[in-house]
Write a protein that binds this ligand. Structure first.
Ligand SMILES: C[S@@+](CC[C@H](N)C(=O)[O-])C[C@H]1O[C@@H](n2cnc3c(N)ncnc32)[C@H](O)[C@@H]1O
Length: 949
């Protein structure tokens, strides 16, 4: 990839944008040809940040600079030359990609006849590693700067291409059931069942997407090691990266896979010129050894290392005593390495309570308070690394070891409780966070209480609100905030726990599990409000500017940035909070993929939570304060111990299963869908991928009975009709208003045939008719839309213009007739292909005959399943079954027509119907409704007619 970008830069052309990146290795020659043409006609823009002098010059020269730049290339004269050059570059790029693919395919054949590994001298491997690191640094520099002048670019643009080699490995066996293997037995390609490799990190780390380093085995042999899904912060480098696994760290890699291309998960493309090494597909296969656990100490004591590495002693500790004296200073340095729990949690998990406590008791008071201070800072830095589970375990361990975390003796319990409140808040454990904050407030001595209140109250208010929304379901105000916050922030993540309405998980014949109603529900009733267990946004600071393409040789699927990093974030979240493993790994990973062992377990529904405005009782507060002051061994202390112990057991996570879970259950990558869907630009930075475990259990229907709407990492699901107890609720994986054949192809990866109402109707119409319908709509409608644009440009009302409008309306009516002929005679009114045609027709009719226009607009609504009410309170009997935004557009258009005819009451009823439809699908009240519709329909008196909620 770098070579291609370098060459494009050299000849002065723009780099492929993120959509074009996906076309780079498209086998279709037409796509390649188009891409070459586009690239060759797009000169590089000056994307360098102007310094002050440039800014003044630029102001003097006004816009000429850009014009000059455009003139430097004459596309007409140079087009062929440039296109030829770009074609050659794309060919070279594709040759390298093909080589990589072939090489990885060959690895699969070679699995049956692995060959002994030839030793490579440590020096040579270290030199290669240093060169790789330098290459990566240069690549990053050029992506952010002009290499000649050193001037910064306006934005970093760093595409990276990786390949997933064949197979995927994750060890299920604990270390003590495995036998050590050394270099003399290593062969490639081969998975070493029942064995483990012990090695020391011997080099700096190199991060591409996965992370690579050189390991030295006890025999003195060296080998490259690559770990996939190492971090979701792809901008981390240098010392900060090395601190994750400092030189000298001892690792055990369980049941390693030795590959002929150790980069083959998350590494750069090598065009087939790779070096064999250990390819670790899942972070949970790596165990970091130190002397805190007796089992690890036994392994270390029994191992002699033929050569040693130049370990930085400041980064390591020899035993518990030195650990307690010198560590931890901050996350990932001294005693707390990559994905490892904090040292106190490890100490508690690996030794008896008394011996662990004795270690702390033996420290003199200044050492003890120093350790308390460092532990506090470690907990905060774990929170900063999005590891609230590890932060909480370290806090629980400190309490069990009776280590105060503050330096001020008169407020130590209060400070400790305040910290607990923060940690539990980040864990989204709102009930206990609130108790901790409320207890902290009462534990502060009166002299410090006011300051503490000033500090805590805002957070406490947020915690209470989150607890309330999680227990009772979100209010309109909550939805209002979710909506507007997700419009305002690039990476919206909200504080809420899953809220489960009247639904339960049930087995659905032929469709696995699904969700069914436990009672009758009303139209528009909220059924679910859930937060993603893991989410990745293209705008996340850890990957901003980086554009990933991960090609999986076996499935032929290319995943992009947020998909790759959502998998990394999911794996890390499960390592941090074991309780997330069942909800994520208990999902299915696509047809033909064997279920994980969690799928058979009962899928967890959120508990029924309680909320009261009243503060926690004095007894509850007293119990917590007592437990923190270690006056007694309470049930709380038992719970802290269990928390620490549970965290020390890590499930083995097969990352390719996680990829499958994300492919078949995640939402996105898509523009932030809670936004103004019909108007928002699908900017690359609004893309996201996230997994919502409970909503992922919902099955699909093109004609859904519920609608799911996103606000950042929250999804809400509401009933679209009154539904009976026992009904399965189903939402859309793909848009139901699209033509049947397109829906079918989009759903094909799932391996089921949708049997919903509209699919049955389309099937009865017959494939030939559906195809014919597609051709008619696809061909004629776009031509008529183009004509319509031209006619609508003129605001004059001359006879000629009126004639044009009539002509167009007639042509559109002919198109309607043609489309109608493709439906089965007995098909009900649901004919969504007609909606846009009717809407356009009504627009033109409204220029000369408002009654006719209103009748046509009503037909648009009928085509998406609405029936007009004969007299009732509302104008329509039902909400649209599909295409809700299209439906609201028609309703507001009707209101506009009515207002023009001075039928104010009718206009008002249509506006009310539109607002009601909005409330039943999105909710959140008038502000959201106006944010979405005011620009398109500015002249309706909404505020006069509509309530705020
Ligand atoms: C997001 S999951 C839904 C939960 C899934 N039913 C389960 O048991 O875990 C998507 C998968 O559910 C199944 N599925 C969803 N909708 C279906 C339908 N209408 N008919 C049959 N299977 C369906 C397909 O296997 C699909 O890949």
């Amino acid at each position: 990839m770098e070579d291609l970008l370098k060459a494009l830069r050299k000849i002065g052309l723009a780099l492929p944008d993120h959509e074009q990146l996906l076309q780079l290795s498209d086998p279709d020659s037409e796509v390649q040809d188009n891409l070459a043409r586009h690239l060759s006609l797009t000169p590089a823009k000056d994307d360098l940040v102007a310094d002050e002098k440039d800014a003044t010059d630029a102001a003097d020269a006004s816009s000429t600079a850009e014009d000059d730049e455009e003139l430097a290339l004459d596309p007409l004269v140079d087009a062929d030359l440039f296109k030829g050059a770009v074609q050659a570059l794309l060919e070279n790029y594709n040759k390298a990609i093909d080589k990589e693919r072939d090489f990885l395919r060959k690895e699969r054949e070679a699995l049956s006849a692995p060959k002994k590994l030839k030793p490579v001298p440590l020096k040579a491997l270290l030199a290669r590693q240093a060169a790789e690191i330098k290459k990566r640094q240069e690549e990053v520099y050029v992506a952010g700067h002009d290499p000649d002048t050193g001037r910064k670019r306006r934005r970093l643009y760093l595409p990276r291409q990786t390949f997933d080699g064949v197979g995927s490995y994750a060890s299920e066996k604990p270390l003590d059931q495995l036998k050590r293997i050394d270099a003399d037995e290593l062969e490639a390609p081969k998975r070493f069942d029942g064995r483990y490799v012990l090695c020391k990190v011997a080099s700096s780390l190199n991060l591409y997407v996965g992370c690579t380093f050189i390991g030295v085995l006890p025999s003195g042999n060296a080998i490259p090691i690559s770990i996939a899904h190492f971090t979701s912060n792809l901008h981390v480098g240098g010392k900060e990266l090395d601190a994750h696994l400092p030189v000298g760290t001892v690792l055990a890699i369980r049941e390693p896979f030795v590959s002929i291309n150790h980069f083959a998960k998350g590494g750069p493309c090598q065009g087939g010129k790779s070096v064999p090494g250990i390819r670790v597909d899942t972070p949970t296969d790596v165990h970091i050894l130190d002397r805190l656990s007796q089992a690890d100490a036994n392994i270390l004591d029994a191992t002699t290392w033929k050569i040693d590495v130049a370990q930085d002693h400041a980064e390591h500790f020899d035993d518990v005593a030195s650990l307690l004296k010198d560590s931890p200073a901050a996350c990932n340095t001294k005693g707390c390495r990559w994905l490892q729990d904090g040292p106190l949690a490890r100490l508690v998990a690996s030794s008896s309570a008394e011996s662990a406590e004795r270690h702390i008791r033996d420290l003199d008071s200044s050492r003890k308070s120093e350790l308390g201070r460092r532990t506090r800072s470690l907990i905060q830095s774990l929170l900063g690394e999005n590891r609230p589970g590890a932060a909480y375990r370290e806090l629980c361990a400190a309490r069990l070891l009776k280590l105060p975390l503050s330096t001020s003796p008169d407020s130590s319990i209060a400070e400790d409780l305040e910290l607990e409140g923060q940690v539990l808040y980040r864990k989204c454990d709102f009930a206990r966070s609130r108790l901790a904050f409320e207890s902290a407030l009462s534990a502060y001595p009166s002299s410090q209480r006011t300051a503490a209140q000033d500090r805590i109250l805002d957070t406490l208010t947020a915690v209470r609100a989150a607890q309330k929304a999680s227990a009772l379901g979100p209010t309109h105000e909550n939805v209002w905030a979710y909506y507007f916050d997700s419009q305002s922030y690039a990476t919206p993540r909200f504080d809420v726990q899953d809220w489960f309405g009247p639904v339960e998980i049930a087995n659905i014949p032929g469709a696995g599990r699904g969700l069914v109603l436990t009672r009758d529900v009303d139209e528009g009733e909220l059924l679910l409000c859930c937060k993603a267990a893991a989410s990745s946004y293209a705008a996340d600071s850890g990957c901003r500017g980086v554009h990933l393409l991960r090609y999986t040789v076996e499935s032929g699927v290319t995943s992009t940035t947020t998909q790759v990093l959502a998998a990394t974030r999911s794996v890390h979240a499960m390592v941090d909070r074991n309780e997330l493993t069942l909800p994520i790994m208990g999902l299915t990973a696509g047809p033909g993929v064997e279920h994980s062992r969690w799928v058979g377990e009962e899928y967890p529904s959120p508990p029924k939570r309680e909320y009261t405005d009243a503060q926690a009782s004095a007894d509850e507060i007293e119990l917590l304060i007592q437990a923190c002051s270690s006056l007694s061994t309470s049930s709380l202390q038992q719970r802290w111990r269990q928390t620490v112990l549970d965290g020390s057991v890590r499930s083995s996570i097969d990352t390719s299963y996680v990829d499958g879970v994300l492919r078949f259950n995640a939402f996105g990558p898509a523009a932030n869908p809670g936004g103004k869907s019909s108007f928002t630009q699908d900017s690359e930075l609004t893309r996201s991928t996230m997994v919502h475990p409970l909503p992922a259990i919902l099955n699909h229907a093109c004609l859904p009975n519920v609608s799911s709407v996103f606000f950042g990492d929250i999804v809400t699901t509401r009933a679209l009709h009154p539904l009976k107890k026992g009904t399965e609720i189903m939402h859309q994986y793909v848009k139901g208003e699209q033509p049947w054949l397109i829906r079918r192809s989009q759903l094909s990866k799932h391996g089921f045939k949708c049997g919903c109402g509209i699919c049955v109707m389309d099937e009865r119409d017959g494939e030939d008719k559906v195809r014919e319908r597609g051709k008619v709509v696809g061909g004629s409608l776009s031509m008529l839309q183009e004509r319509s644009r031209i006619v609508l440009k003129s605001s004059e009302k001359t006879e000629k213009e009126m004639e044009d409008h009539r002509d167009l309306a007639e042509s559109l009516q002919e198109l309607v007739d043609k489309v109608q002929a493709t439906y089965h005679v007995e098909r009900p009114i649901l004919r969504p292909d007609l909606m846009k045609i009717y809407q356009l027709m009504a627009l033109h009719q409204s220029e000369y005959d408002l009654d006719a226009a209103a009748r046509t607009e009503l037909q648009a609504l009928q085509s998406i399943g609405c029936t007009v009410s004969q007299g009732g309170e509302r104008v329509l009997n039902d909400l649209p079954s599909l295409h809700f935004d299209g439906g609201i557009t028609s309703m507001l258009t009707l209101a506009k027509f009515m207002l023009k005819q001075e039928k104010k009451d009718e206009a008002r009823r249509w506006v009310e119907q539109a607002f009601y439809t909005h409330q039943c699908t999105i909710g959140g009240g008038l502000d959201i409704f106006l944010d979405r519709w005011l620009d398109a329909f500015p002249d309706l008196p909404y505020r006069e007619w509509l309530p705020r909620c």
